[in-house]
Design a protein around this ligand. Structure first.
Ligand code: NAD
Length: 498
């Protein structure tokens, strides 16, 4: 069976010890094996990174940018191949896999401007003959740990800014779909990235703990579920590492009575069921405001969901494919049962869907609940599947409170034609990313991505200017040059410029 390797010091490394199967979720069959690396393997990657990083950092930023331009070109040239590979391990449809790669590519494109992004600050004459300047320097060896649901986009969110500013990077991708990250590392090397600047180590918790405990790794960017994000954040920060840890989500879509309902329904079902709901910016909760809106919205949702096609990830007509694993499918099914047991109305039940000829695939039909209430556990928790819950609100005020009180605060959307209401909502809602008539408000690459509350631990967001800040540290220099003929002075008080 195919072995998916690590990538260390510019070479594929098979690894020893424990291996884990990587499945094709379309057919429920193991298609490859991946080695679960340990602390010793990580150490070889860190040594390769330490050896390569100073020369990379010493290159002028324009030269580093040239490698990134070529990396971008190569990813574009391999887009079809990467998308099919990604879909075969994740289960998302190929068109969606291309979007996954494209959103990561946008960040590569953004950091091609690294000469401009790295420019520091300068103040001439901050005191008599004194100039002050600050510069951004790389941290050294830094790392990223990524989730299964965006095998290209999230690694690229992290590795592109990290290496652009002069760091060496160690990526630990999800063990459920580790092939695309390896291909990205190969393409980066082909683009001219020196061996050792981008390393991929495969593994599970053991590898993550080894990264957290390795004293030569100076920063860690993590994306995954909230409990693990919080654990990773705490253990890394306690050892003095710079940490940013993004967690789970439960995003609400608020629908006001004046919204264009047909457009809102089209947006909501795309955001709720696309990628089988396995997105941290999915829209699994819809909040119609007012009973009349709820009645009309529910009718239209039921009709629209009936047209959805669940199919193989290679099926061009399919709206979404299988879930990532049998275990995850069973978890989502348990949440559907929980919703029923808690008293929500199960309007459409997606359980039991079988695709002819692919009965062992991890498929789940679209599921719709109505009359879900905030006290229900199935509302509080992230389900991460093709399950949409209707939570009715009487007023905009109640809808704002609902989204604000939820423990997660990643994304939220409002559908309305009323500018005042939208502005009020965007200003007051306690959520990190807001869409106004935009169902999936993932910020473009030159802004930054990050949620609030249990959706993110740490201060700086992913990519954009925050990505540059996270992977650099600022040094500030206050300089005075000797002036001929001026007598030396002594002072024992803190220097001031008054
Ligand atoms: P996960 O938390 O299970 O895994 C994420 C990473 O952590 C993987 O690389 C995994 O190997 C590692 N890991 C797993 N268990 C660990 C442990 N006990 N200790 C240390 N490391 C461990 O997440 P997932 O199932 O791969 O991804 C889905 C989750 O990611 C969802 O909760 C989703 O909302 C979230 N997510 C968040 C964002 C965001 O930006 N906020 C983006 C995408 C996904």
């Amino acid at each position: 069976m195919r072995i998916i390797p690590h990538f260390i010091g510019g070479q594929a490394v098979a690894g020893q010890g424990a291996f884990q199967s990587v499945f094709d979720p379309n057919v429920g069959i193991a298609q490859a094996q991946v080695n679960l690396g340990d602390a010793a393997l990580l150490d070889t990657a860190v040594k390769a990174a330490l050896a390569a990083q100073p020369a990379w950092a010493a290159l002028n930023p324009q030269r580093r940018a040239r490698v990134l331009f070529e990396f971008k070109r190569l990813i574009e040239a391999h887009l079809d191949e990467l998308a099919v590979l990604l879909a075969s391990e994740h289960g998302k449809v190929v068109a969606d896999a291309k979007g996954d790669i494209q959103r990561g590519l946008d960040v590569v494109e953004f950091v091609c401007g690294v000469p401009q992004l790295l420019k520091g600050e300068f103040t001439e004459g901050a005191g008599p003959g004194i100039d002050v300047y600050s510069m951004r320097q790389p941290l050294g060896v830094v790392a990223g740990v990524t989730p299964f649901n965006f095998p290209a986009m999230i690694p690229l969110w992290m590795l592109a800014p990290a290496i652009a500013v002069g760091n060496a990077f160690i990526l630990k991708p999800s063990e459920r779909n580790p092939s695309v990250p390896i291909r990205l590392a190969e393409l980066a090397q082909q683009a001219g990235l020196p061996p050792g600047i981008l390393n991929v180590v495969q593994g599970d918790k053991t590898m993550v703990d080894a990264i957290l405990d390795h004293s030569d790794i100076k920063a860690l960017s993590f994306v995954g579920s909230s409990d693990i994000a919080q654990y990773v954040y705490g253990r890394g920060a306690a050892q003095g590492k710079r940490m940013q840890c993004m967690g789970g989500a439960k995003n609400h879509g608020v629908v006001l009575p004046d919204a264009d309902l047909d457009q809102a329904v089209a947006d909501i079902i795309g955001a709720a069921f696309g990628s089988a709901g396995e997105r941290c910016m999915a829209l699994p909760v819809v909040v119609p405001v007012g009973e009349a809106t709820a009645t009309r919205l529910r009718e239209k949702l039921v009709a629209a969901i009936a047209t959805l096609r669940v199919g193989l990830s290679t099926d061009r007509e399919a709206h979404y494919g299988p879930l990532v694993s049998q275990a995850h499918k069973e978890r989502v099914e348990r949440y559907i049962q929980l919703g029923l047991d808690e008293g929500a109305e199960l309007v459409l039940d997606g359980r039991g869907l079988r695709l002819a000829g692919h009965e062992a695939g991890y498929f789940l039909g679209p599921t719709l609940f109505d009359h879900v209430t905030p006290a229900m556990q199935s509302y509080q928790d992230e389900i991460f599947g093709p399950v949409l819950q209707i939570v009715r609100a009487a007023t905009l005020e109640e809808a704002i409170a609902l989204a604000s009180r939820h423990p997660y605060g990643n994304g939220v959307a409002i559908f309305t034609a009323n500018g005042d209401a939208a502005r009020e909502f965007a200003s007051r809602v306690e959520v990190g990313m807001v869409g106004i008539n935009v169902p999936i408000p993932v910020p473009v690459s030159y802004h930054s991505f990050g949620g609030w509350k249990r959706s993110a631990f740490g201060d700086l967001n992913q990519y954009g200017q925050d990505g540059i800040r996270f992977f650099t540290r600022t040094k500030t220099v206050t300089a005075r040059w000797p002036k001929g003929g001026v007598a030396a002075e002594q002072s024992f008080v803190i220097p001031t410029l008054r």
